[in-house]
Design a protein around this ligand. Sequence first.
Ligand SMILES: Nc1nc2c(ncn2[C@@H]2O[C@H](COP(=O)(O)OP(=O)(O)O)[C@@H](O)[C@H]2O)c(=O)[nH]1
Ligand SMILES: [Mg+2]
Length: 565
Amino acid sequence: MTTPASSPLLAALDELRAAVSSCAFPLDLPAAHEARRTQQSLADQLKDYILPRLNRLDAPLLVVVGGSTGAGKSTLVNSLVGRRVSQPGVLRPTTRSPVLVLHPEDRAWFAGNRVLPGLARTTGDGPAGVSLRLVTDETVPVGLALLDAPDVDSVVTENREMADQLLAAADLWLFVTSAARYADAVPWGFLRMAVERTVAVAMVLDRVAPQAVDEISAHLREMLTEQGLGQAPLFVVPEVPLDDDGLIPLTTVMPLRIWLGNLAADSAARAAVVRQTLEGAIAHLIGRTPFLVSAHAEQLEAIGRLRADVDRIYRAAGAQVTEGTADGSLLRGEVLARWQEFVGTGELLRSLERRIGWLRDRLAATLRGRPAPERELSEAVETGLEAMLRAAAESAAEQTSAAWRQTPAGTDLLDKDGAGLELVSPDFRDSASRAIRDWQGYVMQLVREEGSDKRSVARVLAYGVNGVGVTLMIVVFASTAGVTGAEFGVAGGTAIVGQKLLEAIFGDAAVRSLAARARKDLDARVETLLGSELRRYLGLLDALGVDPDVPDRLSAATHAAAGLR
Ligand SMILES: Nc1nc2c(ncn2[C@@H]2O[C@H](COP(=O)(O)OP(=O)(O)O)[C@@H](O)[C@H]2O)c(=O)[nH]1
Ligand SMILES: [Mg+2]
């Protein structure tokens, strides 16, 4: 009964293993804790049991001896072998390696990494706490290995976890309970799990006073039947004095020893045990993956919400800047003062409302031959624009942090890796000024190119490239401020002076096109600038490594494996 290594079920389960391990639950959401544990236990069971077992159905049976502390597991294993291979009694539990006893002929099956690949193998009494100690003995039947597992109710967490992991790797549980402890809750929790997963189980009622054997074994049988384990073989081992080596007399353990020997010798019986446990394990695996799918989806959903917060807030910030740089808001304070100084406007602006036609000549006359303070205007533009950008970026950072803090996941992320994210990035000032100066450079370049035309070159030269460029900026800043409408306020009125000047130089159509290009370039630079601000948040989300393809992949792998079962 070998399965070719390339069997479709094996391939499907291998894909399922990959899908299970690509799940991620980094955010502490409601299902995360349970999901991490489930992921670990399914991954363990696949690599420790299902895959190696399916790969080699003919490998020896792994019989794991489990049960609560002091039930007599180690003494029983020693007595079955006829010598002390595993330390009985309570020792320092953390320094103890579980013992696997097997026939020398079967050594190769267990010495490598075929089963329980995460556990190193030792042969001596090494101090290693997490290794499997292999002991060979001729009395163990070929085709069956006995593993003395740590106590399922150990006070040491690592030992309990090790017991879980070893039982999950077993073909057969040899579950030992004692007269004193057979009603305890913890072992029954394990037994119920075995029933749920249809693990093959044989029970040992150990350490029963000979006169109580009938009564207690009858009661235990009743409990087993109630719990759905009525079919499990039950071996009763009366508590008799141990021999000098601490072993139970051979006759007392003989029935169990014979049963194990027969099982090992009967390949059909062994195959039935393997099939029962393997099918149960696969069914359990397939039954649990939907929980991982939904827990992973829960992570994706939370990340999606956090991402949506970032997108929404920064998109609004971008829109706010776009609007603020077009509606005349920038044309106040220092910028307005410098602009008025630049065009020498007191009188100009007052006359503007009356006689626009007259303006062109008048303006040209005002500017000609007079040192234009365009450098100060240009600096005022830079300062005003930077303040606007900073205000938008500051408010976006503040709002995003606040929005994230409304969810536990966002709070968790900010607390762990989000130091300083509620402020603009430290180099914002530098990148903002660079963006603004680059834009100003671009605007100058536009003017220079447009002004290279024969007819306008003289006029551009007359006003100076810088003066014309900065005028174009003013026009851009008022592009939605009613320049052409009747209701212009200070901003609109201010800009219209510039508009007329540019039209006088380049003509109407060219001014429209210049303003549109300058605006487009400004918007793009603002988007880039805010983009690098928002990427700080998105970077945190990306670093979580929650792959959006996993739910589909896991569902598909589960479906495929279920279909091949
Ligand atoms: N008299 C007697 N003592 C036993 C028997 N089985 C176990 N013990 C003792 O009970 C204690 C715990 O046994 P141990 O095998 O270490 O139990 P484990 O914790 O399940 O491995 C040890 O001191 C053993 O000597 C038995 O059948 N008869
Ligand atoms: Mg023990």
